[in-house]
Each structure stands twice: as C-alpha cells, then as structure tokens.
Design a protein around this ligand. Structure first.
Ligand SMILES: Nc1ncnc2c1ncn2[C@@H]1O[C@H](COP(=O)(O)OP(=O)(O)OP(=O)(O)O)[C@@H](O)[C@H]1O
Length: 719
C-alpha cells in the first residue's frame, strides 16, 4: 500500500448507489493530475486528502491510483483553502468571497472561521448575519466530516452520513454508539440489515437485546410486506430466530418483553396467538368499528318505497336491471355500507350509475374515488363525473410511506353524504383505515370491486374479508351482459375464473402462441410489440402493455424491460444515460413510479415518460403533470415497458401481452392470469406453453392472508 497526498481537482464520476467514485488529484509537489478511483463518499473539491492504495493499470483508462481509503486533511496552501471554501461546501461563501477571505486572513482563514468568527465581519461583504451563517455551516461541515469518518471506519458508506445527520444532527455518533438499531425504525432508507451491519461493526453482540428486538420487528414487518396484517407467534419466533441466527428461546423471551411494552400487539384467536405491528392492529380494529357504525347510521332517505324509487329510475333510464342490480340499488338506499362485486361485463358500471342517480335524487352530495389514478380516471369516464384518487380525496399532505398525512380525518371529515369507491380490491388495510376515518357519521359508503382480482399489494384483504364476514350488505353480480361476439376477453376472463381454458381458437383478439422455450417467448414478445402490433396500428409504447408474473428469469419483468427498452427506445447520439438502481434510463423511456410520494403528488403505479434527463435530475411527464426527480429519488422509478401483473392492477390497456412459461410456476395462479387478462380492452396475447397455462388455471389456492378483519366484523370475542 502506498500513500498519496494532494488536492481534489475535479470529480469525474460518482455513483450514489455503490459509492464508487472517480476524481482527479493534484498530488502535493507534482505538476500532473492523477486519476483516482475508490469506493467511498466523495471528498469536496479543493479538499486535501491523504489516500492509501496502490497504482494499477486500467485497460482503457491507463495508470490510475486505486484508493482503499482516504483521510481528509485540512488544506494548508492558500490556493487549497480558497478552493475548498469556494467549492460551495460552506453556505454563504462562493468563489469570490473565498478569495476575499483568504486575502484577508491568509493561512489562518480556517482557524478564524472556527475559533474567531467575530473577525469575519472585517471582510468586505460580510455582515453579522452572514458571519453567523458561515460559522454555523462550517461547524456542520466539521460534524459531518466526523460522522463520515466514523461511519467509514465502521464500514458504512459515507452516503448515509447526510441522511443520518439530517435525522439526528450532531447526536449521530452518540446515538450510534448507544443503539444503532434505532436507525431501522427512525431513518428512511435504513433497514434492519444496514443497522445491524453498523451495530456489529461497533461491537454489539449477536444476542444483544436491542438486536433481537429489532430483528423481531423486522421479521414482523416483512410479513406485512407479504400481505399479512398479523402472524402466528410461533411463525414469527421461527422467522426471527432464523434471521438473527439466534436461539428460539432467546427470541421468545425478547418477544414477550416487546408485547408487555406494547411495541407490538397481540390477539388470541381460537387458541392461536397472533401478533401485529401496532399500526396494522389499530387500523384493522378501527376499520371494523367504523364499517359497522357506518352501516347502521346512514342518514335516512326521504319517505318512499325503495323498490318504487328503483323502478322509476329504470323507466327513466330505459333500462331493465337484472334482479341483483336492483337489489344493489335498493341496498344503497337502505344501508350505510354496500359492497358491490362482480367480474368484467357483469354490469357494475351500470349499477353504479343507477346508485348515483337514485341517491342524487335524494339531494345527497356524492364523492367518487378509486385507489389509483388510472382507476379514478376510468370511473370519471364511465360515470361522467369527477372522480379522484383516494389520496386526493383525503387531501394528502405528505408524510412517509406507512404513515401518510391527510388533511381529511375524523376531525375534518369529508364533505359528503355518499362516497363511492371503485377497484376496492386494491385497497389495503391502512388506506381503508385512513379513508374510513375521514367518512363522517351518517355518510353512505359504496365499495365496488372484483373480489377475484389479486388482492392489494399492501397488507390485508379488505374486500374479501368484508364479503367473508357476511355482516355487511353485499351484492354479487354474476350474469355477464356482454355478448361473446362483443368481447371475447370478457368471456375468456370468466372462463379463466371458473378454471376453464380460454377460447383462443378463432378470434384474433385473444391469442395463444404456443412456444416452448422462454428465450423464444422473449424474442417473440419483442417482435410482436415492435413489428406486428405496430403494423396493426397500435402504438408500441402507449397502447401495448407487456406484463409478467415474475421479476426474474428471461421472461421476467427485469429482462423484458431491458430488451424492450433496447428495441423501442435505443440509445440516440448524443444521448445521456443515467444509471438508477440496476437499470439505465434514457430520454423517452416509459417509467413507473414505484411508491407513493405525497410530496411530489405521484403515486405507486403511475406511468409516465422521461421528458428531461441529466446526471442528477430526471423529469417525468405523467398524464396530468411533470414531476422532477433528484438523484436520491431515482430509486422510485422503474422502467415500465414490462410490468408485474401485481403492478398492473387497477389499470387498463388496449393490448396486454403476457408470457406464461413453466419457469414461472411459483406465480402461475388463476387469479394472476385473471387479473392480467382483465387489464386488456381490445386484445390479449398469451405466449408460452399449454402446460404452464393449465398450471395457472388449476391453481386457485390463493394464499390466505392472516387478518382478523372478518372476525372483528362478526364481533368474535377477541382479547
Ligand atoms: N341489466 C342489463 N341489461 C342489459 N344490458 C346490461 C345490463 N346491465 C349492463 N348491461 C350492459 O352490459 C355491458 C357491461 O355492463 P357494465 O359496463 O355496467 O359492466 P361492468 O361490470 O362495469 O363491466 P367492466 O368491468 O367490463 O367495465 C354494457 O354494455 C351494459 O350496457
């Protein structure tokens, strides 16, 4: 290992994700600049650093210094001090001011800022306020430097330093030494694994109680990520013990402690102890309470026979409703809560129109919404009224994932007599909780959705649980009104839902391409999208949506995205490419927002196109707005040429293309195929093997999610 000391001249490249950095160094006492590469947080321009590393010969870039670590040394030369101060690192000092400071205080400049800041006002252009600002910013830099050094010594990339500093200020080091596991709960972007890495490097024992407690919480949240609201105690202990490589008894002991301290919640149900993360426990309880209360407290409708009101509407609208549709209208008049479910073409929209009309006739103020932007847009189109996302209805004001902030709540409820929500199969327990909190007493709630679709990505199976409970009014529409010749997609969706193979014989709007190998399927998808469908007049980017059951493998989302990007949006010269998390973005790319971002007003599943791109900034054009992303937000975006079926929920596309190959067998489920097919309006193309198709059709074992919502609604005696 060699030592190399010098001044940082330019930062050539910096990758925020893995902290890989390339910069040019002016070695002390030498004339020529030297390229340096390494894995650490970037030093500041003009900073003096001492590098430890070795000289290597890069096949393309030639001789360079590969630094294993570096230490910052305060700049000593006048030019170095000026450069450092003028680099923008210190708030209130630009290059010109840096020059004036160095001219005035010379080699003592940094000492003056640090120890005699009252002298700063001697420099032209610095008043007391500016002097205070410089002094404070310098102190912060100093603290940051200390934190970075501390983190680097413990094997954590300095990229986390800014995050930690923003959260804890100067307390970071003290907090890390006391309980680094706090980070997993308190700092966005740091999970248990990272916190554990820091803790272990700080010398925390593998069986330290804080470690075991954090591991249990982490395991519990992972079950929520898999869609459960709660988990049996024995399963949690086993999972946490495996994760922590700890004894079951040790984990169990800490778990009891956490329960006593109410860090997580417990419910005994028929001899099984179920454990909940606190927020899901309260959400589930309140959703049940609220639904029962709303069911029984609806503002009464004006006198009149409900059946007559419905019949009157039918006559006026010149429509003859099916019996179940009539029941739905009457139930909406009679009860505070109504669930309306049914597959495609069973007349849900028509029924909603009827419900709207009869309730509006009562003089009720009605709001319409859906969990995603696309679904809200569709609802607006089919009803001809304003419909918004649930987030917008609740007037979201930001907050974090899992802890959103809404203006509308029990204290400031929605101004409505009726709220109708569509695509409720996509509502998880938390969003349902926030929604119901904001519904005032006496207001009617109509929940519409297709219970056979995949459940929400988030925890719970709200729609299914409500139906299972049998204590709230539910109308299930089963009669398919669309004729076979009108929509082969609808007919086939119902066949799939019954476990029967789709009819792919004659109709070009529902095709099955028998292809044996996954590689050939991927190649056929590219050809279809780029050539065949384009030749039929479909826009490959806007009209066609490729879906996939899985992320990995040749026909998985990741690979198909890469290939479709190369085929549909190849690099243009000169074209800037920006590397996000494991993917490359280019101008014009079709991308999807991966999680709710209340501040940017863009939500999980929204799709747009990259309108502007720069190393540190991307602007995505969504249908309703342009949204800028800074580098640190890039991980919120994913290429959307191909989407997982889960992510496509609630959206519709003219054409859906779906690989269905044996390699995806874990995910080959009937409701997944059903969800994918029902996304298409005009055409469905399945590519793969008959065997894989039959596997999907015959697998209707949808994994039951652990929730007790149905039991709570039924008033089961829970502890
Ligand atoms: N009672 C009825 N009698 C005759 N036709 C009906 C009846 N109800 C609905 N339809 C017709 O059936 C078709 C499907 O109805 P609608 O759009 O309401 O169903 P949907 O469940 O919302 O379907 P999708 O989810 O596919 O949009 C429409 O053409 C509609 O006009």
């Amino acid at each position: 290992m060699e030592l190399l000391t010098g001044t940082v001249e330019t930062i050539t490249y910096q990758n925020q994700d893995n902290a890989f950095i390339v910069f040019k160094l002016q070695p002390r006492g030498q004339k020529n600049l030297v390229p340096v590469v390494g894995y650490f947080a970037a030093p500041l321009l003009g900073e003096e650093v001492e590098l430890t590393g070795e000289w290597v010969e890069h096949p393309r870039f030639g001789r360079q210094f590969k630094a294993a670590s570096f230490k910052r040394i305060q700049p000593t030369s006048l030019a170095g001090i000026e450069r450092y101060l003028g680099s923008g690192a210190i708030k209130g000092i630009g290059p010109a001011m840096a020059g004036r400071l160095v001219k005035k205080f010379g080699a003592e400049t940094l000492t003056v800022i640090e120890l005699f800041p009252h002298r700063l006002v001697e420099v032209e252009g610095i008043g007391q306020k500016k002097a205070d600002q410089i002094c404070q910013s310098y102190a912060e830099q100093d603290e940051m430097r200390e934190i970075m050094l501390f983190l680097e010594t413990h094997g954590v990339s300095g990229a986390y330093a800014a995050k930690l500093y923003a959260c804890y200020g100067g307390q970071v080091v003290a907090i890390l030494q006391q309980n680094p596991y706090r980070l997993a709960e308190e700092v966005e972007g740091i999970g248990f694994r990272k916190a554990d890495q820091i803790a272990r490097s700080l010398g925390f024992d593998a069986n330290h109680p804080e470690r075991l407690a954090a591991g249990i919480q982490f395991a519990l949240l992972q079950t929520a990520q898999a869609g459960h609201c709660c988990v049996p105690e024995s399963a949690l202990v086993e999972e946490a013990a495996k994760l922590l490589a700890a004894e079951l008894a040790e984990v169990s002991l800490i778990l009891q402690h956490l329960i006593r301290e109410e860090k997580l919640c417990r419910e005994d149900f028929h001899g099984t102890t179920l454990l909940y993360p606190r927020h899901l426990f309260y959400a589930e309880r309140r959703v049940a309470d609220r639904l029962l209360r709303l069911r029984d407290r609806a503002k009464p409708v004006s006198a009149g026979d409900h059946q007559e009101i419905v019949a009157e509407w039918e006559a006026g609208a010149r429509i003859s409703l099916a019996q179940a549709q009539r029941e739905a209208l009457a139930a909406a008049l009679a009860h505070g809560v109504l669930v309306l479910t049914g597959g495609p073409g069973t007349g849900k929209t028509t029924t909603v129109q009827g419900i709207l009309a009869v309730l509006e006739q009562q003089g009720f103020k009605i709001l319409l919404g859906a969990p995603t932007g696309r679904a809200a847009k569709r609802l607006a189109e089919t009803t001809g009224r304003e419909a918004v996302t649930v987030h917008r209805m609740l007037e979201s004001t930001g907050g974090l994932e899992g802890a959103p902030l809404f203006t509308r709540d029990e204290e400031n409820p929605l101004d409505a007599d009726v709220v109708i929500l569509d695509e409720v199969s996509m509502m998880d327990i938390l969003l349902t909780h926030y929604f119901l909190k904001a519904v005032p007493d006496g207001c009617r709630v109509v929940l519409v959705g297709d219970v056979d679709q995949l459940p929400a990505v988030g925890p719970g199976s709200v729609l299914k649980d409500i139906i299972r409970s049998k204590v709230l009014p539910v109308v299930r529409l089963t009669e398919v009104f669309r004729q076979a010749n009108e929509s082969i997609i609808v007919q086939n969706a119902h066949r799939i839902n019954r476990g029967q193979p789709p009819d792919c014989g004659k109709n070009a709007d529902f095709q099955f391409h028998q292809i044996e190998s996954a590689e050939q399927v991927a190649a056929a998808i590219l050809r279809l999208v780029k050539q065949d469908l384009a030749a039929e007049g479909f826009n490959p980017q806007r009209d066609v949506q490729v879906l996939s059951p899985m992320h990995r493998q040749v026909c998985g989302v990741e690979n198909l995205n890469k290939q479709l990007q190369a085929a549909l949006n190849p690099p243009k010269e000169p074209d800037l490419t920006v590397t996000g998390v494991a993917q490359v973005f280019r101008s014009g790319d079709k991308v999807m927002q991966m999680r709710n971002n209340y501040e940017k007003n863009v939500f999980n599943g929204d799709i747009g196109f990259i309108a502007e791109i720069d190393t540190n900034r991307i602007v995505v054009r969504y249908p309703d707005n342009d949204v800028p992303y800074e580098r640190s937000d890039f991980d919120q975006l994913q290429l959307a040429y191909c989407l997982s079926v889960h992510k496509s929920q609630g959206s519709e596309y003219p054409v859906v293309v779906l690989p269905i190959v044996p390699g995806h067998y874990i995910m080959l489920q009937r409701n997944l195929l059903y969800t994918a097919v029902t996304r298409a309006k005009e055409k469905v193309i399945l590519l793969g093997t008959q065997a894989a198709l039959y596997t999907a059709l015959s697998n209707d074992r949808t994994r039951r999610r652990y929730t007790l919502l149905a039991e709570r609604l039924q008033g089961e005696a829970l502890c």
